[in-house]
Design a binder for this molecule. Structure first.
Ligand code: GDG
Length: 483
């Protein structure tokens, strides 16, 4: 039976070796969280890297890694330390990631990163070759694998290949800076369907295709040598029921059955019922605007002193890409800022910022979403931002306010949020004030509207739409080539 091959840089699980034993944990991150529901639902195989380099897997462990992956219908793509250094930390995260998020000052242009990027994309193509069968659909994800569509198309011209970009596609003026811009575009054009979160990203992509490769765009299609390549907008949804139902069931639990974190939050509110919780959750990444958020919260406490002792910012930062300089510098800056705010404003009964630098289990994530009065999400750039959607889904009585950066893909669909420019510290401080003062009826109206939308366009619908669209392109292609 034909299957779907999902391909992403990382598998949805992370394999580690502890005391010569393998441990398997789920990966944290937007792509893994979203696609997991698609993977579970159907007949699919997921190809990607397990998190262990070839140097770490000795011969005794090889079979164990394969078995642990196979149990989850996953296949490990073997990467060496050098691959991880130059393909993942190098080209993917020091070239593409900053450039596509408009951080041109952080972008590095190193030939050896590029060479490794190409090589690792070829390694992925080799693993695909071992598993692909006629009739299979291939769905490639994200910026680490932009050459893969072409590599697969060359070998298997009849295969149906979809590609989805989870991060922004930058404007032509930014994209053109990249020395390997034409190779990247040609790589992507190996796909039959190329998906983006927003109309703007698609428009930027088309503009680069037209101006750098000279192809004509016909509505949302490009025809190259009789091959139809379509692009479309698929704003990624979440598993709405999973987040909403988890929130409801955790709230219904008797106090003693609640998680420790939930009990602590409850206790805190009993002792200090006036205190309101403002929540932010992100991977620790310079695109997420974490420092500016802290400046804004500090400014809020200055500008609205009546909220001192009454509002706590709960900030969860998940460690990410710790080998990259900017991430290490940013971590120190955040530590310092949190220390400064807490040093200046804390009282015996109140700490302004609760800062967690770790990943928490899913139940705790739900505890935080459901116990917070406001979510404050201020990315400088963000392809979508699923946390915004998850926060809204987890509100039970429809109370809660979302403050969201207009630079996120999610802002395009969530106009009921209080939208802010993440660089405008004063406006963010005012937005926090507005959120905390918002009447309950208005909160309910806004959350209800957003919940209804998220319920309808959930991650399953997102994947269905993508696959239906891919099927359509294939049918159209077959008609055109008279097959
Ligand atoms: C990329 C794009 C785009 C976070 N902390 C914990 C945890 N998470 C989960 C959240 C959410 C995911 O990680 C983060 O997703 P985002 O979308 O916010 O951000 P990125 O990781 O940057 O994802 C982004 C996304 O791809 C999808 O296309 O939206 O723009 O950058 O699902 O729930 N999960 C657990 N513990 C944590 O501590 N269990």
């Amino acid at each position: 039976m034909a299957k779907t091959i999902i391909i992403s840089n990382r598998l949805p699980l992370q394999i580690k070796i502890e005391n010569e034993e393998l441990t398997v944990t789920p990966s944290v991150g937007g792509l893994a969280t979203g696609m997991k529901s698609v993977h579970k639902a159907g007949d699919s195989l997921w190809l990607g890297w397990s998190g262990l380099t070839e140097e770490e897997i000795d011969d005794n462990l090889k079979a164990d890694v394969e078995a642990a992956s196979a149990k989850e219908a996953c296949v490990n793509v073997p990467l060496t330390q050098d691959d991880v250094e130059n393909f993942y930390y190098g080209f993917s995260n020091k070239t593409i990631w900053p450039l596509f998020h408009y951080f041109t000052e952080y972008t590095e242009y190193q030939q050896h990163y590029w060479v490794k990027y190409r090589e690792v994309n070829e390694k992925f193509a080799e693993v695909v070759a071992k598993h692909i069968e006629p009739g299979d659909k291939v769905w490639i994800h994200d910026y680490q694998l932009m050459l893969l569509p072409q590599l697969i198309k060359e070998r298997y011209p009849d295969s149906a290949i979809g590609f989805f970009l989870h991060i922004p596609f930058p404007s032509f003026e930014v994209f053109r800076i990249l020395p390997w811009r034409t190779e990247i575009l040609e790589g992507l054009l190996g796909a039959d369907l190329i998906g983006f979160h927003t109309y703007d990203y698609e428009r930027h992509f088309f503009s680069s295709v037209r101006r750098l490769l000279g192809y004509e765009i016909n509505f949302n299609e490009i025809i190259i040598n009789n091959r139809i390549i379509r692009s479309d907008i698929f704003p990624m949804g979440i598993d709405y029921d999973k987040f909403h139902n988890a929130s409801v069931s955790q709230q219904r639990k008797s106090v003693k059955d609640r998680t420790e974190l939930h009990q602590e939050l409850d206790k805190h509110q009993l002792v200090n019922p006036e205190v309101r919780f403002i929540l932010s959750i992100d991977r620790l990444d310079y695109t997420k605007g974490i420092q500016k958020r802290l400046y804004a919260f500090e400014h809020f406490l200055e500008k609205y002193p009546e909220y001192r002792g009454q509002a706590t910012l709960i900030m969860l930062c998940v460690p990410s890409r710790q080998n990259v300089d900017q991430y290490q510098r940013m971590k120190s800056e955040i530590d310092e800022l949190v220390g400064r705010i807490n040093g200046n404003y804390s009282t015996i009964n109140w700490t302004p910022v609760w800062y967690f630098y770790r990943a928490l289990p899913f139940e705790n994530l739900i505890d935080l979403y459901s116990s917070s009065d406001v979510a404050l999400l201020t990315p400088i750039r963000d392809g979508m931002n699923l946390v915004a959607k998850e926060y809204v889904a987890a509100q039970i009585d429809s109370k809660g306010v979302l403050i969201l950066s207009e630079m996120t893909g999610a802002a395009k669909e969530m106009s009921e949020a209080i939208l802010i420019n993440p660089n405008n510290i004063d406006a963010i401080a005012d937005a926090i004030h507005e959120a905390l003062a918002m009447p309950a009826e208005e909160q309910i109206t806004r959350i209800d509207t957003m919940q209804n939308r998220l319920k309808r366009y959930n991650v399953e619908k997102w994947a269905d739409d993508f696959f239906n669209n891919l099927k359509e392109v294939q049918e159209q292609q077959a008609l055109q080539s008279g097959k």
